[in-house]
Write a protein that binds this ligand. Sequence first.
Ligand code: A2P
Length: 341
Amino acid sequence: MSKTVNIAIVGATGAVGEAMLKILAERQFPIGKLHLLASERSAGEKIEYGAKSITVQDLATFDPTGVEIALFSAGGSVSKEYAPKFAAAGAVVIDNSSVFRQDDDVPLVVAEVNPDAARDRPRGIIANPNCSTMQLMVALAPIHRAVGIERINIATYQSVSGTGKRALEELGRQTASLLNFQQAKAEVYPVQIAFNVIPHGGDFCDNGYTSEEMKLVWETRKILGDDGIGVNATVVRVPVFYGHSEAVHIETRDKLSAVDARKLLEAAPGIEVVDEPVGGGYPTPVTHASGNDPVYVGRIREDISHPRGLSLWVVSDNIRKGAALNAVQLAELVLAEHPKA
Ligand code: A2P
């Protein structure tokens, strides 16, 4: 790889694609050629990158030859069809969809947790974890390494941006309609999201959980490399634009006090502890996470119902650390494998 890298962003007009571009610029990623790709619908649109104005190209007719790193965030079916083509053309694909995450020959990597796994990618594809798993892993990996985690009980409070741009528009539109005494029309979600909470993410599985809940189960096990961890998840969509929150209850193998857990988390990469027992002394999507990089942890306390239980509140920007930032961090790991020419 040369000292600049030819990059393609697939899904460049989407919520995550836009954030990827912004974060590449913020972190001064050494880009050579930059290809912005989307569907035929947006081909021809112009997107600003620094002083340049780049024309969005149609993925279906794009030749990936010469692309060195491709960041995919255009949904599962696009990744399934095009990621192998980009990899065959020599690109390292960093894929934000769920289609490859379970494959044994595709590493699933959180930059702060298991960066070494990114090197072993026989298919040229590295998978970016689901947004809820991402922030959970940043927060829990230090605890798992120190004392072992036996079981995780989690309820998520997920923002609509995780569903994409149409969902952001739907929350805005429904809110405006209801404040104007008009009916809220639900198109993206099965029921009204404005002024409501919806205990449903993804598709329902035979075991009664949803696919988004099951992702938290097996992605956690794969990233932490421990199939013995029990995970019980409830995924809830809330009328928040950006930032996912999680109420997390863990049972550790060895006892960890809240004081020691706080110390451990304060020293861990990617985490900011916000934990004062006063009003506002805890992280929220609006006051902390939205637009920022860290995974914020607060409300750290010992579980009064279990001798080795701990409770935490974990908040992060699902578009940044939950998707785009981690993808760019993975691109930086790939770049670091190659000494500068
Ligand atoms: P487009 O703008 O052309 O629809 P989000 O999840 O925020 O809605 O974004 C989805 C992203 O994936 C957009 O950039 C969208 O492009 C892109 N996309 C969706 N379907 C395709 C497709 N068939 N080929 C290429 N890009 C696609």
